[in-house]
Design a protein around this ligand. Structure first.
Ligand code: IVH
Length: 716
């Protein structure tokens, strides 16, 4: 049962009185601003694109009827909200605009009719359109000068975006140098950065295992992956890029949209393989239908198709209406939703003890994918008092037995967005959120604190590693591919060994073989001598482990793979890292400052490390484990640079680059960047306004360089 219908529609704009329209216009303006902010700056949209588009459409309809309501700061005048300010800003030579939307076939007919009238074409004159999938990612503008990539910028508010060049350079799909002949001196190639659904799911698994942020959809995870201060994190995330448009061009290599797509390919770009040239409205509609049918099988998210007039001279003549081109339109798809019954609610206890209520559904197909489980987020969501980032229809609460509307947000994580009120059975049961952990210890459940110290929505078991659920989840993470990567020790085996009491903590994995004389694993059904031999062999192979994997495998809250890598690189050896952690846990100011000075490590991670090593139970686990394995020193980034292995402190203002960029560059060359000057510091790079650190440098007789001297030293 697919329920594509929208929620109850508000009165027609044409029937509104002026006073009522004014009130609604004001309310919608505020609402749209909020959604723009969450979408563009916080990567945390609260509503689906289809819902957003509907709001925007209504807003425009009110403005169309009462043009006197339009102000210069109305959301209709902006493409998006301003950039978040973490990266250098880049002004686009040609603004990055957006597209008008069509929802119904009639909107497409109108679009083509408008073009015909504008160009004074007859009914029989053929207009060719390039029809392309509308990729649900992030638009990006890549500027090439003399064929070399010089800047990559996000869209931002359309006029000004963020400079993410260092991160974009790590994308395989983005050529650093344009291929082909006669490349114009200046070329701005535009297109969409996206993450495949498969990569998104895998990334979320890793994030979840590490207790890191789980992204709501591939678009958000692509955005999060691009907004990294350290390009090596972006490099570790599989991002793709499709080229489909351009900005400033010092010359045009082709005179049609389809020709330009061919040219992008000759330059070395990927373009979307589903793109087609259409010669009539019927072909456009058929294209829309065909792509919608393929939608759920594609490995990337799309939210519609885009039609563009193929002839560039016509595009030129058609031009723009406010912020959208007359020559293109996005023909959107409805959100993928379905109706089904909520049978039960279960609690899932994560590795860090956090509770996620999971709705068990009567299985239903949503956009080609069978959905049986939905996340219900947290207690407040179920009670209908959810906060930001959640999208249950206002005024609803969720009860067991309810008929619910399920939506695949960003086409992947399914959630309940509405409850069909008049289908609520008499015996529908309100859900009582557990006060105790379902584990045999029945430990108390607390609501986590938010960063501001308030009670958050997420509930958590207080048992830590005493809670068997958390122990088991930790063991699973420990043996998983990203951590110790022990073949033959999957989730099922771990559960089994744990239930038997054979493996209660990581160190036990390494003593299994010695204990097998008694356990006799080979006699257990489903095992056999060969698989037992293979398992022991796999375990033996992992007795030697890299420092970053080891740190990650400890299962410290907030310490995901990337953080583990940063810590490993920062400390170099297990002894140095372990000493530092013990000191941090005992509140040693100097050790805390040293950890804080590492790139990507901040208060939250330090607090989690302090909590972990502050717990004697955890220290015991770690101590027993280190007796079983050899931890290799972290590989120093390979570099023959003069600054490799040196400790550098930046102070004062830098003029040629931002502090973050300077830091990232130094680290790439193998230098260690510290936040404070000590006798171990090799260089202090001081710009205007340098203060106490300069004095410290003099005191410790540390070499002080100007920014230019530093750049010369690193060969810039
Ligand atoms: S053309 C002047 N083509 O949709 C407009 N946009 O709402 C140039 N998008 O910001 C954009 N796939 O992020 C165009 N094949 C495609 C697209 C596409 C996705 C996104 C893009 C843009 C937004 C416009």
């Amino acid at each position: 049962m697919i329920a594509k219908s929208k929620t109850k529609s508000p009165p027609d704009v044409d029937t509104l009185t002026k006073a009522r329209a004014r009130v609604e216009h004001k309310r919608l303006a505020l609402e749209l601003e909020g959604h723009d902010r969450r979408y563009y700056q916080e990567d945390a949209p609260k509503i689906s694109d289809a819902e957003y588009d509907a709001l925007r459409k209504r807003f425009s309809a009110i403005e169309a009827r009462f043009p006197e309501f339009v102000t210069s700061d109305s959301p209709s005048q902006k493409v998006g909200a301003a950039p978040s300010g973490r990266f250098r800003k880049v002004r686009h030579a040609v603004p990055m605009l957006s597209l008008d939307n069509a929802f119904a076939e009639a909107d497409v007919l109108d679009f083509v009719g408008r073009i015909r009238r504008f160009l004074k074409l007859g009914e029989d004159d053929q207009i060719d359109f390039s029809a392309e999938p509308k990729i649900d990612g992030l638009s990006m503008s890549l500027r090439y000068e003399a064929g070399e990539l010089v800047t990559a910028a996000t869209r931002g508010d359309g006029a000004e975006g963020e400079d993410v060049t260092a991160n974009i350079r790590t994308l395989e799909d983005v050529p650093k140098k344009l291929g082909g002949r006669n490349v114009p001196e200046i070329c701005e190639v535009r297109g969409e950065v996206y993450m495949t659904k498969r990569a998104f799911l895998a990334l979320n698994e890793r994030q979840k295992a590490a207790g890191d942020t789980v992204f709501a959809n591939p678009r958000n995870s692509a955005a999060g992956s691009l907004r990294q201060k350290d390009p090596s994190i972006t490099a570790s995330r599989p991002l793709g890029f499709f080229a489909y448009a351009w900005g400033q061009m010092s010359g045009m290599p082709e005179d049609t949209q389809s020709g330009m797509i061919g040219w992008f390919e000759r330059c070395g770009f990927k373009t979307n393989p589903l793109t087609r040239l259409c010669h009539s409205v019927e072909q456009l509609i058929a294209f829309h239908r065909s792509i919608e049918e393929q939608r759920s099988h594609l490995d990337y998210d799309i939210d519609g198709v885009v039609y563009k007039v193929d002839r560039l001279d016509w595009q030129e003549r058609l031009g723009f209406v406010s912020r959208t081109p007359r020559w293109a339109i996005a023909h959107k798809f409805p959100a993928e939703r379905a109706m089904t019954v909520l049978r039960d609610i279960e609690i899932q206890v994560g590795r860090t003890g956090s509770f996620t209520p999971v709705g068990k559904l009567e299985p239903v197909s949503v956009g080609g994918v069978i959905v049986q489980n939905v996340t219900l987020h947290n207690e407040d969501y179920i009670r209908g008092i959810g906060g930001d980032g959640e999208q249950l229809r206002e005024g609803r609460d969720i009860r067991i037995g309810d008929t619910v509307i399920v939506q695949r947000a960003g086409d992947v994580i399914p959630q309940v967005v509405d409850v069909v009120a008049d289908k609520r059975p008499k015996d529908a049961r309100p859900y009582h959120f557990p006060k105790k952990c379902p584990c045999p210890l029945h430990t108390d459940v607390v609501r986590e604190e938010t960063a501001t110290g308030e009670e958050g929505a997420r509930a958590r078991c207080t048992g830590e590693f005493a809670c068997p659920y958390q122990k088991i989840e930790h063991l699973k993470l420990f043996a998983a591919r990203r951590a110790f990567d022990i073949d033959g020790l999957g989730e099922k085996q771990i559960e089994f060994f744990f239930e038997q009491g054979w493996v209660k903590e990581p160190a036990d994995i390494f003593t299994l073989e010695a204990r097998n004389a008694k356990l006799k694993l080979e006699e257990i059904e489903g095992y056999g001598a060969t698989s037992v031999r293979n398992l022991f062999e796999a375990i033996r192979r992992r007795r030697e482990i890299s420092l970053e994997r080891f740190i990650y495998a400890l299962g410290i809250r907030q310490v995901g793979e990337t953080t583990a890598l940063a810590l490993a690189r920062g400390y170099g050896s297990w002894t140095a890292f372990h000493d530092a952690c013990l000191k941090v846990a005992s509140g040693d100011e100097e050790a805390i400052a040293e950890m804080d000075a590492l790139d990507q490590i901040g208060e939250t991670v330090i607090a989690a490390i302090a909590a972990y090593f502050g717990e004697s139970h955890n220290r015991g686990i770690v101590e027993r484990l280190t007796k079983e394995v050899t931890i290799l020193d972290a590989e120093k980034p390979k570099s023959n640079s003069a600054v490799a292995g040196k400790t550098v402190v930046f102070t004062g203002a830098l003029e040629k680059m931002t502090r973050d960029e300077a830091k990232a560059k130094a680290e790439r060359l193998g230098a260690k960047v510290s936040g404070s000057v000590s006798k171990k510091t090799d260089y202090v790079v001081a710009g205007p306004g340098a203060g106490s650190k300069l004095a410290e440098a003099k005191k410790h007789e540390v070499a002080v360089l100007t920014e230019d001297e530093w750049l010369k030293m690193i060969g810039e």
